[in-house]
Design a protein around this ligand. Sequence first.
Ligand SMILES: [Zn+2]
Length: 298
Amino acid sequence: MADFEFLQNPISKKWIIFSPRRAQRPDIANGIEPVCPFCPGKEANEREVYRIGGEKNDNNWKIRIIPNKFPFAPIHEVIIHSPDHDKNFAELPLPQVELILKTYRDRFKTHEKKGQVYIFHNRQKGGGESLPHPHTQLAVVPSHISLDLPRLAAPQEMAVATNGQIFKETSHFVIFCPHTSQWPDETWIAPKERGRAFGEIKDREISDLAFTLSRLIQILDLRHGNEFPFNFYIYPGGDWYLRIIPRVKVLGGFEVGTGIFVNTQDPKETIMFIKEHFENPNEEKIKSFHQASYHRGI
Ligand SMILES: [Zn+2]
């Protein structure tokens, strides 16, 4: 049986991926995979498609990419963030975060003509993570499979998208929490230079993005507790953006059935919290809203 199959619902036209072999994925938390396959020392066990640092199969690397053993797309790669089993974006040195983002760009450009290059990160089991060693996945989805992703607001629509222009600016990016956020505290990072695919990101933008992404995760850690579950993805088409989705609520029957999300968090308050902490993230602050409401599905 093939690893996966794209199936379209003939009525709704929505796609699913049928991939029963993924049920056999390793799961360290449940004791199915006792040793981390991404830690240094395991290099010879995996076919490597790319690395930064060292020589083939040695353990002197900074970043490695291996094929996903349980793919759900024709090209499905795992980008291992660093040799460190525990440190992720909020803790790694910024030059390492920059290397990770440059690797995203390189792999995006390597594959962009083959389909829709969808780069995404899962943290914690609640974010869909099956191995805890920090990593990002890249899946190239065939062009005919429509991805139901929101596009970035056009420049003239940004005033509405950014809640009457409540946003945080960096040198090259605008950080905002959309008026129509589906998840509590979801946060978008959009480049000021619009209309480009992610592969066109410049080095100076990558430096800014490395700082911005790591700082936002630190701020959301402050808000939800270290190591809260989240996802982010990079929009695979033109006019790219990066969307961080804290997975701090459980979807209920209405949301799962209808696809209409009930957002219980005011995005204006979220962006104000981000602005307040962006320059001084370590400042001790008491969480200013009720986490309990996040855990109730609707
Ligand atoms: Zn590890």
